[in-house]
Write a protein that binds this ligand. Structure first.
Ligand SMILES: [Zn+2]
Length: 222
């Protein structure tokens, strides 16, 4: 009984959300679609996939790319023969992130995401303490990126090889935080898990691992 009414409410929220999207009010649509996703029982995979797909569209309109790709990745996992899957494959790059206008930008965003995530995971609440810290960290990351992309060996690498370098490369951030042995161990495990980047994903999705369970997580997903 409870499930039925929950599912009914969910479909009302979905309908209202789509209506708001059509009227170019993505912020209102986003709130409604989120409610819809929350209310759909996990067993209703087809409905959930549909709601997650539309949620990702609303997120994209709000320029929240990290969360959009997460929602889309989940939508296409629930239903492989779906528009969500086609849309996902068309719009994500080899890193499993939303495609940027050029390959170089794809590389840059993957590098910055990985480095910032690895920095923030060591900070309390996964947040910067101040604006100054934020810009100093970003500056160091971009300087490192510049050196990296200008090296000749880097230019000829495939995406999977680049990703391994992005994950292995440890920037020495001064004053801000100290690495702990435990975290280093955790990172090695992460690196290990993504070593066969180009391979088909172990989850059976049929997608390359890098575009599926091994995709580069955006900061909003921390
Ligand atoms: Zn997978």
């Amino acid at each position: 009984m409870k499930t039925t009414s929950g599912a009914n409410k969910a479909s009302i929220f979905l309908r209202k959300g789509l209506h708001e999207l059509a009227r170019h009010r993505p912020a209102t649509a986003l709130a409604l679609l989120r409610k819809s996703v929350e209310l759909i029982p996990p067993s209703c995979e087809s409905e959930l996939s549909k709601a997650l797909y539309w949620l990702s569209i609303a997120l994209l309109r709000m320029d929240q790319r990290d969360l959009a790709v997460k929602s889309l990745a989940n939508a296409q996992k629930l239903r492989r023969q779906s528009y969500a899957r086609k849309f996902y494959v068309r719009n994500v790059n080899e890193y499993g992130m939303i495609k940027r206008p050029t390959k170089e930008l794809d590389d840059l965003y993957a590098f910055v995401s990985i480095q910032l995530s690895s920095y923030l995971l060591k900070r309390s609440n996964h947040r910067f303490g101040s604006e100054a810290e934020h810009s100093a960290v970003l500056k160091l990351i971009l300087e490192t990126w510049k050196r990296l992309k200008e090296s000749d060996e880097f230019k000829n690498l495939e995406c999977g090889e680049k990703l391994s370098i992005f994950r292995k490369l440890k920037i020495d951030f001064p004053n801000f935080s100290a690495y702990t042995a435990g975290l280093r161990y955790g990172e090695r495990q992460m690196l290990h898990a993504t070593i066969d980047n180009g391979r088909t994903c172990f989850c059976g999705s049929g997608l390359p691992h890098m575009q599926c369970c091994g995709r580069v997580r955006g900061l909003a997903e921390l």
